[in-house]
Design a protein around this ligand. Structure first.
Ligand code: UDX
Length: 449
């Protein structure tokens, strides 16, 4: 079976490499020549554990190739559509399908033999049928082309592990023959007893945005509880342990902090909100909007606390921000809560020095400065904020760092630090879910604002 993977972001590149690992011949296509050159040399142009090794193994075995030429993919039996569907900017909050439509329009006239198009991109329900209609419109005399949907659930930084050993494979089809083809493609996974969920097209299309909206809802819920804990003098760690001990609730995605970011959770939540709104489901749309609002509130209250700790005005004040990536283990700054908070503080006039161990590709128009070490960021700082929970920040020596800063105050917005250790070293420490009564009196109002 010949397979093409169209679009080589972290999803497509990983999928192509994993298919080659299972013995398939895979041609992967992307319109970005720099990305293709890097992947063809066995180097992913983004941080993804284990991917470079997998790429090199596939390329060296002659089973995996990368190209910008879509013609080279035209002869495949199965085409995986893996292009990005970012959030629209105008109006905001929808999934931008223009790359998908561009790809389908370009591919359809090239197809010379019956084949199966398998969508993996995150899309609203109804997209698969539109793909099929569009293929027919673009190439009315073309071969028979079916469309199936096969959403992915990969986490950045764990994409290889999540691809090799997924929790489940979801496949939405309209035709029994397409299901047979996809069972064949995923045979190596089925042989490893990976659950294979078969469904209709709309359910498969909804699966990804629903899963991400569910994860986002859990995170916002635990952040609401953390705020309640602060006021009640309760311990959010204990509360999460109690909740997580119930197998119906589970422990995952209950880490309170600065809220969710990244290229998927925020946009998928908003995409689902737009779908609910379009369907006239006002209550559903309001509920989902509230999850986003709670998420934004984590950033606002962190900025408010920082401002309060600096006496109500951050203008000209020196602030250290530790962490820029949207999560530890990633160099991705997209929708990063840390970048947002650093930007809001710098926008209000603070001098913000940011450190991150992985993120180097920072936008040139940023209002803050990226520095090479955490120590450099903290030198003479009047306030330190830990905004991405990199393990290296947990390993910092608070006593040594204390000698660098102007005032030993830290907002541990991701709960990355050992509170007792930092307090013993003389630091004033604040973290979400920590008793508001432990804040200095004039800062307690922030928690209730
Ligand atoms: C997510 C989904 O997990 C994945 O299944 C989907 O395919 C893509 O979107 P990813 O964007 O890599 O993956 O991020 P994830 O690890 O899920 O974290 C998302 C955000 O939530 C991060 O900003 C993280 O810091 C935050 N988070 C996560 C919390 O604030 N609390 C938690 O308990 C878990």
């Amino acid at each position: 079976m010949r397979i093409s993977v169209l679009g080589t972001g972290y999803l497509g590149a990983t999928h192509a490499a994993c298919l080659a690992r299972e013995g398939y011949d895979v041609v992967a296509v992307d319109c970005d020549p720099r990305k293709v050159a890097s992947l063809a040399a066995g180097r992913a142009p983004f941080r993804e554990d284990g991917l470079d090794d997998l790429l090199r193994a596939g390329i060296d075995a002659g089973r995996l190739c990368f190209t910008t030429d879509l013609h080279e993919a035209a002869g495949a039996d199965v085409h995986f559509l893996c292009v990005g569907t970012p959030e629209t900017t105008d109006p905001p909050g929808r999934l931008d399908l223009s790359a998908l439509w561009g790809l389908v329009d370009d591919l359809a006239p090239l197809l010379r033999r019956p084949c199966l198009l398998v969508g993996r991109s995150t899309v609203p329900a109804g997209t698969a049928r539109e793909v099929r209609d569009r293929v027919q419109r673009s190439a009315p005399a073309g071969p028979e082309v079916s469309v199936a949907w096969n959403p992915e659930f990969l986490r950045e930084g764990h994409a290889v592990a999540d691809s090799v050993d997924p929790h489940r494979i979801v496949v939405g089809t309209e035709d029994a023959a397409d299901l047979v083809s996809l069972r064949e493609v995923y045979r190596p996974w089925l042989d490893r007893d990976v659950p294979f969920v078969t469904t209709d097209l709309a359910t498969a299309e909804l699966a990804k945005v629903s899963a991400n909206a569910m994860l986002a809802t859990r995170i916002s819920m635990v952040n609401v509880l953390a705020e309640l804990c602060e006021q009640a003098g309760a311990d959010v760690d204990g509360l999460v342990e109690v909740l997580g001990g119930d197998p119906r609730i589970g422990r995952d995605y209950l880490e309170p902090g600065l809220g969710f970011g990244g290229s998927c959770l925020p946009k998928d939540l908003r995409g689902l909100t737009a779908s609910a709104q379009d369907a006239g489901l006002a209550v559903a749309a309001d509920f989902l909007r509230q999850v986003d609002r709670v998420n934004d509130h984590q950033r606002s209250r962190t900025v408010a606390l920082a401002t309060d700790l600096l006496g109500g005005d951050v203008r000209g004040r020196r602030i250290a921000v530790l962490g820029a990536a949207f999560k530890a283990g990633s160099d991705d700054l997209r929708e990063s809560p840390a970048v947002d908070v650093a930007g809001r503080l710098a926008g209000a006039g603070a001098t913000v020095l940011v450190h991150d161990p992985a993120a180097h590709d920072v936008p040139s128009d940023r209002p803050w400065q990226l520095v090479a070490t955490a120590a450099e960021a903290c030198t003479d700082a009047e306030l330190v904020l830990v905004l991405t929970p990199w393990p290296e920040y947990a390993d910092l020596d608070p006593a040594r760092l204390r000698r660098r800063v102007r005032f030993p105050r830290v907002i541990d917005a991701r709960r990355a630090l050992d509170r007792e250790r930092w307090q013993q070293a003389g630091w004033q420490h604040w973290a979400p879910g920590v008793d508001a009564a432990t804040l200095p009196a004039d800062h307690r109002s922030v928690a209730t604002a």
